[in-house]
Design a protein around this ligand. Structure first.
Ligand SMILES: [Zn+2]
Length: 278
C-alpha cells in the first residue's frame, strides 16, 4: 500500500502536469470508486473545472479545483494515478479517465483491487470524509515536535507499532515505514508506547520517523508490488530497506538474524538483538 513517501511522490509527479488543466470529459467505468455522489453527478460536476493545486494529507491526495471544491483520491492498496497519452491502449484495470482541453494526455485512475476512493466536494462535504478529517499530525510538519510525539506515546497503552500505524495520531505511516522507523530507533515493535519515556529514545524515534519518510521521498518511494508514480516509474527506496520483508536475513547492524512476528494485526520484521522492548 502506498504510504506517505509514495503518495507524496505521486503528488509531486502529478502537479506540473495537472495544475491549470481544465477537465473536458470524465469517463467512469467502475462506479463504486466514486464515494461522494453518484458517478453521473461526479462526472457533471468535474467537467469544466480546472485544477489549481495538488496537496497531500496523510495518504490522501487533494486536487484543489478552481471552484473551491476538492477532488480527494486515496489509492488504498493498488490505486494509481497515471498520465497517459489519450491513444494509449486502456487496460482492464483503468476505471476512471479524465481528459483535458487542448491536451494530448489524459489522467487515468487504475486500480487492480478497486479499494481506492475518489471523493469530490466542498469543505462541508469533505468534513463527512471521516478518514480525512480524523487524521493526526503530519509527521514532516513543524507542528510534529518531539514534545508532541512524547504526548502521543504517553497517552497510549498500545504497542508502538500500532501507534505508528494509527492514522488519527500520526498521518501517513504504514507497515513498511513503521518497520524501518522502529529498526532505526532501536525499538522493539511490541514495546508499549507509554513505557517509552527516556528522552533520548523519544528523540531517536522522532528523528527516525522524519528521516525514514524523507529518505523515502528522496528515492521516489518504495516499489514492492504495484506502486509507481504518475509517469509509471517505480521508486527505489526498497533497495535501502533494512528490515521490511527481510525476515531470516542478517541484520545490517549486528549480523544477527532478523525475526518476524505478527503485531497489531500486521507482520513486523525486526532485529531481536538491536531493538529493545520497553
Ligand atoms: Zn541487529
Amino acid at each position: 500500500m502506498p504510504e506517505l513517501p509514495e503518495v507524496e511522490t505521486v503528488c509531486r509527479s502529478l502537479a506540473p502536469f495537472i495544475v491549470g488543466k481544465r477537465v473536458s470529459e470524465c469517463l467512469i467505468g467502475e462506479k463504486k470508486l466514486i464515494k461522494s455522489s453518484t458517478a453521473e453527478e461526479f462526472r457533471k460536476k468535474i467537467i469544466g473545472r480546472s485544477f489549481n493545486n495538488v496537496q497531500r494529507r496523510g495518504k490522501y491526495i487533494l486536487l484543489l479545483l478552481d471552484d473551491g471544491e476538492t477532488l480527494v483520491v486515496h489509492l488504498r492498496m493498488t490505486g494509481k494515478l497515471l498520465i497517459s497519452l489519450k491513444d494509449e491502449p486502456v487496460n482492464k484495470h483503468t476505471h476512471v479517465r479524465f481528459s483535458f482541453e487542448d491536451c494530448e494526455q489524459e489522467l487515468r485512475y487504475e486500480d487492480i483491487r478497486k479499494f481506492g476512493i475518489l471523493y469530490l466536494g466542498d469543505e462541508a462535504k469533505l468534513a463527512q470524509l471521516k478518514g480525512l478529517v480524523n487524521l493526526g499530525y503530519e509527521p514532516l510538519s513543524e507542528e510534529f515536535t518531539t514534545e508532541v510525539l512524547k504526548e502521543i506515546l504517553h497517552s497510549s497503552n498500545k504497542k508502538i507499532k500500532a501507534v505508528l500505524l494509527d492514522q488519527t495520531k500520526i498521518a501517513g505511516i504504514g507497515n513498511i515505514y513503521a518497520d524501518e522507523i522502529l529498526f532505526q530507533a532501536k525499538i522493539h515493535p511490541e514495546s508499549i508506547a507509554k513505557n517509552i519515556t527516556d528522552e533520548e529514545v523519544i528523540k531517536a524515534l522522532h528523528f527516525a520517523i522524519q528521516d525514514r519518510l524523507r529518505e523515502g521521498i528522496k528515492y521516489g518511494g518504495s516499489s514492492i508490488k504495484d506502486y509507481v508514480n504518475s509517469f509509471g516509474e517505480a521508486g527505489s527506496f526498497q533497495k535501502l530497506h533494512k528490515v521490511y520483508a527481510k525476515a531470516g536475513e542478517r541484520c545490517v547492524e549486528c549480523g544477527g538474524i532478523l525475526d518476524k512476528m505478527t503485531s497489531a494485526g500486521r507482520s513486523s520484521t525486526y532485529c531481536p538483538n538491536c531493538q529493545i522492548k520497553y
